[in-house]
Design a binder for this molecule. Structure first.
Ligand code: UDP
Length: 328
């Protein structure tokens, strides 16, 4: 199969590219390197097994002619390119809305032109401020006011979902919408806010671990390789077409407990420092207190069993970060 991965030099995109190549697929990626990096894919470019199977374009998904060519070539599109990370969204509000909305519209328009299947990566952010668990795909959505810019990310990704569903209903386009919960693993950067790479780097450097708020907020963390297997299985599951699906693990942990676990796992001398949200993000910020996916729907469609637990995930991230920091 020929696959196009938008955002293919990003954290999830690069793992997906690796898995597709291992699967024997011909892989095309497009990435504007806004948050993706050459380092994420260099090992694939240098691997002689993939010399005629891996094609890389550093460009924006808004580049019409290039996207026309790439979508024309490929059988399926994994659309992962987006502005991601709370810090990135807050620091680049306009660019984030533009790429998320216009970029997805471009992908869908061209997929429809060639009638190519599109898997659209959405996010658990779309649920907004709920505190109940689990979050299921039919839940109502609650956002804060538009003065709190975090919600622009949720709203833009929700608009992507509506657009994809509209293409499905209006043109019969094969679309699959995946709401990815906190996906973690090696190669994820902490630069744009993500908690695990930040805490692991802080712990390995014996710096304080910066817990925002009181640390009682919870998340579930899913290993990137489990997520990637699910995405690859979903494009083969005919009943997934036209559906919105949560993709995530169900092991819930507070951010405070996560910090403690990371200090223990790294043998660090670090302490935990509580940072008020307004100091971390400015005054117009709201966090999500809790975020646990219901995964019954995806389990009915594919054999989804995110088996990598938090201890194994942390081990993988710690080993990777030690190499990055040249501590081994
Ligand atoms: N967080 C934290 N310290 C950090 C980075 C993040 O306490 O240095 C918290 C953040 O406020 C949130 C959780 O960790 O409650 C997960 O943050 P992340 O940015 O990884 O993902 P998201 O907010 O999108 O779930």
């Amino acid at each position: 199969m020929k696959v196009l991965i938008t955002g293919g030099a990003g954290f999830i995109g690069s793992h997906l590219a690796e898995a597709c190549l291992a699967n024997g697929d011909e892989v095309y990626i497009i990435d504007d390197l806004s948050t993706g990096t050459l380092d994420n894919i260099r090992h694939l470019q240098e691997d002689s097994r993939f010399a005629n199977k891996f094609f890389v374009h550093f460009d924006t998904i808004l580049h019409h002619d290039l996207m026309l060519e790439l979508i024309g070539i490929c059988d399926v599109v994994f659309h992962l390119a987006a502005a991601v990370g709370v810090l990135y969204i807050l620091e680049n509000p306009l660019e984030s809305i533009k790429i998320n909305i216009q970029g997805t519209e471009k992908v869908l328009e061209l997929c429809n032109k060639f009638k190519k299947k599109a898997l659209i990566a959405s996010t658990s952010e779309v649920y907004g401020k709920h505190t109940h668990a689990p979050l299921v795909e039919t839940d109502n959505i609650i956002y804060g006011p538009s003065s709190k810019f975090r919600w622009s990310y949720a709203a833009s990704k929700l608009m992507d979902e509506f657009t994809a569903l509209a293409y499905y209903r209006t043109h019969g386009l094969d679309v699959i919408i995946t709401r990815l919960f906190n996906t973690v693993g090696p190669r994820q950067t902490g630069t744009y806010g993500m908690v695990i790479p930040r805490f692991v780097a802080q712990a390995l450097n014996n710096q304080p671990l910066t817990v925002y708020g009181d640390g009682t907020q919870t998340r579930t963390f899913t290993y990137v390789k489990d997520v990637v297997q699910a995405l690859m299985a979903l494009v083969k599951a005919q009943d997934a077409v036209g559906q919105v699906l949560n993709v995530g693990g169900t092991e819930e942990i507070t951010i405070f407990d996560l910090a403690q676990k990371i200090i223990t796992a790294t043998g660090s001398k670090s302490v935990i420092e509580f940072i008020p949200y307004d100091k971390a993000f400015g005054k117009d910020f709201e966090d999500m207190q809790r975020r646990v996916p219901g995964i019954e729907k995806i389990k009915k469609l594919i054999d989804f069993n995110p088996k990598t637990d938090i201890d194994e995930i942390l081990k993988q991230v710690i080993d990777f970060t030690k190499q990055e920091l040249q501590l081994v």
